[in-house]
Ligand binder design. Structure first.
Ligand SMILES: *[C@@H]1O[C@H](CO)[C@@H](O)[C@H](O)[C@H]1NC(C)=O
Ligand SMILES: *[C@@H]1O[C@H](CO)[C@@H](O)[C@H](O)[C@H]1NC(C)=O
Ligand SMILES: *[C@@H]1O[C@H](CO)[C@@H](O)[C@H](O)[C@H]1NC(C)=O
Ligand SMILES: *[C@@H]1O[C@H](CO)[C@@H](O)[C@H](O)[C@H]1NC(C)=O
Ligand SMILES: [Fe+2]
Length: 452
């Protein structure tokens, strides 16, 4: 054999290795439409449109999702391509297989209008020091929950090392995220100095009419889920104040529509990265201007809490502070306690669940918790929500320190016609009014950039 053929063989081997090394990766799912649809998102380091073949028979994936967009983007010196496609016409409660460039994955659809399901919710999970990572992957693959909500601060950080940290995190979780939806919102750590570009390019959340991932909502069975950005408040100086208004106007329209169909979708659950309430020792996010700005608004800009109160949001989840804290129902610092306070609760119940695990240690709780603080834990862990039905939701905190024992465990419930009555009273203007006030001194401080 001559030199020419030797070179050809070597070249062929080289090409094969190169092709094998560059496959679609970081494959993950997200809700994007109703339960007959599923979005799939992946990353490559080379250009080229792919098809997603899918079907109920692994030997005959006879449906095809044509990739709707491919986007070339850069983080530092690294160029990536993010791919998005939507599988549709999915049958309920059915196992599907899907294939992207030879890689095969599978997931199971929920029932058509699932009245009961489970959700894993947490914030602040690092690629390094990710204390909950193994448990989340194992329990998720065991079917303990149907999807995930990560309330910001992802990988620490998605953009670190030109985005290689984000790649490593998404590869680590691919076995789980390719099998159940991974819903996200941005935390302060998603600010990559380029208007959250790593967050925008790597994920694909439901449509909000603005072609970004910052805020969105979706209905699943008896729950209307709403994800929001607290980072518009955190980075208004860098990226402008306009987004605060855009989101606020969108939110009120969205909540109004949700309220009008509350008979069929009785629960409203919202989430954003930073806390509306928390009892962390001397902390801007719990008691200072930063918190006031997000919660009630300031400097002529609107906060989020009035909308939550008016539309009778049932539950709110956040992270940012690295701890777990549950509150009694509270509206504008007026709180409600007593036996059965979570039955027909008169105000939203806030839950901080930012202790999934990352490089900084657990937050230090204030020795004087807010009066409406009901339970606190500085263990690592995640929240597990069981939507039981239209009238009952079970909330647990799964502690990693205590071998995945649920250390917080409570039910929130309501009578079927409770919200009808509640909404009628709101229409006549009886919004709960605050008795508490905030010291004006707090308002004088500037928004500080908290690194949690
Ligand atoms: C959390 O993770 C860190 C780093 O991996 C480890 O040193 C620590 O022991 C872990 N703690 C718990 C309670 O899992
Ligand atoms: C940043 O992104 C938001 C949301 O996608 C957009 O509305 C805004 O105009 C952007 N701001 C800048 C300064 O690029
Ligand atoms: C809803 O779930 C709760 C808790 O599991 C249960 O006690 C109740 O009977 C259920 N209601 C309906 C209508 O199924
Ligand atoms: C607050 O920020 C503004 C604008 O960055 C600055 O001019 C002002 O001095 C700051 N005030 C305080 C109290 O730090
Ligand atoms: Fe944070």
């Amino acid at each position: 054999m001559g030199l020419f053929w030797h070179s050809c063989i070597l070249l062929a081997i080289f090409l094969q290795v190169a092709i094998a090394a560059s496959v679609p990766e970081q494959v993950h799912l997200a809700f994007h439409g109703d339960t007959s649809e599923m979005a799939v998102i992946w990353t490559t380091f080379y250009d080229g449109l792919h098809h997603v073949y899918y079907g109920t028979d692994v030997k005959n994936m006879n449906q095809v999702a044509i990739e709707t967009s491919i986007k070339k983007w850069t983080s530092g010196s690294v160029t990536r391509y993010s791919h998005r496609a939507k599988m549709s016409n999915l049958k309920p409660s059915t196992t599907y297989y899907y294939k992207i460039e030879g890689r095969v994955f599978e997931f199971k659809t929920l029932s058509a209008n699932p009245q009961s399901y489970r959700v894993c919710i947490f914030g602040d999970l690092g690629y390094e020091h990710g204390n909950s990572t193994d448990a989340i992957i194992r329990n998720g693959l065991n079917g303990q929950f149907d999807f995930i909500i990560h309330v910001g601060d992802i990988a620490y950080d998605l953009h670190t090392d030109d985005g290689r940290r984000g790649d490593a995190y998404m590869r680590r979780f691919e076995p789980l995220f390719s099998a159940i939806p991974y819903m996200v919102i941005a935390g302060n750590h998603e600010n990559d100095g380029k208007n959250f570009s790593n967050f925008q390019e790597r994920f694909w959340m439901p449509h909000n009419g603005f072609n970004d991932n910052h805020f969105y909502s979706f209905d699943l069975g008896p729950v209307h889920w709403v994800g929001l950005s607290s980072e518009f408040y955190g980075y208004d100086r860098e990226y402008g104040k306009e987004s605060i208004w855009t989101q606020y106007n969108w939110l009120n329209t969205d909540l109004k529509a949700a309220v009008s169909k509350r008979k069929s979708v009785p629960w409203i659950i919202t989430y954003q990265h930073r806390p509306i309430y928390c009892s962390i020792d001397y902390n801007h996010d719990c008691s200072e201007f930063e918190n006031t700005f997000l919660r009630s608004g300031a400097l002529g800009l609107p906060g989020l809490e009035p909308s939550y109160i008016q539309s009778h949001v049932d539950l709110n989840f956040c992270g940012h502070q690295h701890a777990y804290e549950r509150f009694y129902p509270v509206a504008d610092r007026k709180y409600y306690t007593g036996k059965d306070v979570y039955h027909n609760a008169p105000a939203p119940t806030y839950i901080l669940t930012g202790s999934a695990g990352c490089h900084t240690p657990a937050a230090k709780f204030s020795s004087e918790p807010l009066d409406w603080s009901a339970f606190r834990s500085d263990d690592y862990g995640y929240s597990l929500l069981h939507i039981a039905n239209a009238t009952h939701i079970h909330v647990q905190f799964i502690s990693i320190n205590q071998h995945e024992k649920p250390t917080d465990d409570f039910w929130i419930s309501k009578d079927p016609n409770h919200l009808d009555a509640a909404m009628r009273s709101f229409k006549t203007g009886q919004i709960p009014r605050s008795k508490g006030t905030l010291s004006p001194i707090l308002l004088k401080n500037n928004f500080s950039r908290n690194s949690d």
